[in-house]
Write a protein that binds this ligand. Sequence first.
Ligand code: ADP
Ligand code: MN
Ligand code: MN
Ligand code: MN
Length: 262
Amino acid sequence: VSKMSSHTAETNQRKTCNEVMEQAKDKKPWFGIEQEYTLLDTDGHPFGWPKNGFPGPQGPYYCGVGANKVYGRDIIEAHYRACLYAGVKIAGCNAEVMPAQWEFQVGPCEGIDMGDHLWIGRYLLHRVAEDFGVVVTLDPKPIEGDWNGAGAHCNYSTLQMREDGGIKYIEDAIEKLSKHHVRHIKAYDPKEGKDNERRLTGFHETSSIHDFSAGIANRGASIRIPRQVAEEKKGYLEDRRPSSNCDPYAVTEVIVRTTCFD
Ligand code: ADP
Ligand code: MN
Ligand code: MN
Ligand code: MN
């Protein structure tokens, strides 16, 4: 018989995240995370790749169709349906730049819901892939060399940002984020930046882990303002730094801590 403990497990990032989300409730923080991941055979080789080498170079695979372009669509479709059935707020999926790499999007979710929904979405992904005899890795750079890594872009807005003229509040948030780059990098992967170091090289649609940058429609920046947001002067920002294996509770907590309080 176990006794309920009043202590929180060391790996539980939900508690402090929830406390921060409660404090920021009035701001109505919304998040949408793009979860990238890679399918592997049980031998650890990328799923569908030739066993003695590499597929042709990146280019034709992103959002591709056809059995020579994408590998594992039946798994992705089954996962999507499992999420819908379970009530996970999944809102899209796509084949990624590296073959056998995919993405699903969860959101927009308000406050603590982001972490809750993404974790269940990840659980269902591992569970569904298991039925197909395939393994999912959230490693941010599963294949070294000229192959894209995997991230978990975190899209973020507050009520003020979503209202007319909200771009002013988006710019304020970016200004605050620019002053806490290291703090964010530490919160964006489980090894406090060590995992993401392999991915955030400044190449393959990433920014350098050492520098903070922001730009409109710039996929090589830490923070991207989507084109449509710049045109409408309201909406959200995209933080492209979180690693695919990040803890969404840690990511959303630090974003709110940095941007919602003075
Ligand atoms: P990308 O162009 O970077 O590939 P995606 O279409 O994959 O973008 O993902 C966009 C994400 O932005 C989705 O997860 C969506 O839920 C999220 N999103 C959309 N609007 C908002 C908003 N106002 N606040 C926060 N997140 C948002
Ligand atoms: Mn995306
Ligand atoms: Mn992507
Ligand atoms: Mn993105």
